[in-house]
Ligand binder design. Structure first.
Ligand SMILES: Cc1cc2nc3c(=O)[nH]c(=O)nc-3n(C[C@H](O)[C@H](O)[C@H](O)COP(=O)(O)O)c2cc1C
Length: 200
């Protein structure tokens, strides 16, 4: 499947085939693609909780206001941002580069994040946004379907996954096989309402 086809056929699936189970190899392949997503300074500040355990998926469905997707889908991925990634052994993000480059990036990240919880949070959300789309398109490439979700009780989900204090849940994505296609698209806005040439 080429990229355009993956984009055009990705839909937010409401009904998943609960009998379909991804193999561990499929989950690993999907996550190997997910970690190719770009992050600022290559800080790789996403953290992914992959859930295949049925009892945990059911708890997640409950936290998601009884939406069925987490329970029926094969895999639930909770995308979290680590807001302290910028200062946690930062040389590892540029391990293939020179010491000079590593020191430069460490200093630049300190300047950007040390005094700014907002920048830390924004970066977590940006990075998980990219990873989310990578996951959904990669799932299509693998012949699978997905549903991005934020309709959940944050504190309940945080408790289920033991979310550390300095991490943020950005979204979850359910992956599996659709048992019903998505309904008709809501309707995209025309380009001239969302694209502006050179400036607003
Ligand atoms: C951040 C985000 C949160 C969403 N949360 C939910 C959700 O909790 N439950 C659900 O069924 N769909 C959810 N959706 C799916 C959207 O309703 C869907 O993407 C949108 O209607 C466009 O449809 P499409 O993805 O099929 O093109 C969410 C989508 C996004 C991007």
């Amino acid at each position: 499947m080429d990229t355009a086809e993956a984009i055009n056929t990705r839909r937010a699936i409401k009904k998943f085939d609960s009998t379909y189970k991804m193999t561990k190899q499929q989950v690993d392949s999907l996550m190997e693609l997910a970690i190719r997503s770009p992050t600022s300074y290559n800080q790789q500040n996403w953290r992914f909780i992959t859930v295949t355990d049925q009892s945990v998926k059911e708890q997640i469905s409950k936290a998601a206001r009884d939406q069925a997707q987490p329970s029926d889908g094969s895999l639930v991925i909770i995308l979290c941002g680590n807001m302290n990634a910028w200062q946690q052994d930062p040389f590892r993000y540029w391990k293939n580069s020179t010491l000079e480059k590593q020191e430069h990036v460490k200093k630049a990240m300190h300047t950007k994040y040390a005094e700014s919880p907002q920048n830390q949070r924004d970066e977590a959300i940006r990075s998980c946004g990219f990873a989310g789309q990578t996951i959904m398109l990669s799932a299509r490439h693998m012949g699978l379907d997905s549903c991005p979700m934020v309709g959940f009780e944050y504190d309940d989900l945080a408790k289920i996954i033991n979310l550390p204090d300095d991490h943020l849940i950005v979204m979850m994505i359910v992956v599996g096989k659709a048992s019903e296609p998505a309904g008709p698209r809501g309707g995209q806005l025309p380009l001239d309402q969302v694209v502006f040439e050179n400036k607003f």
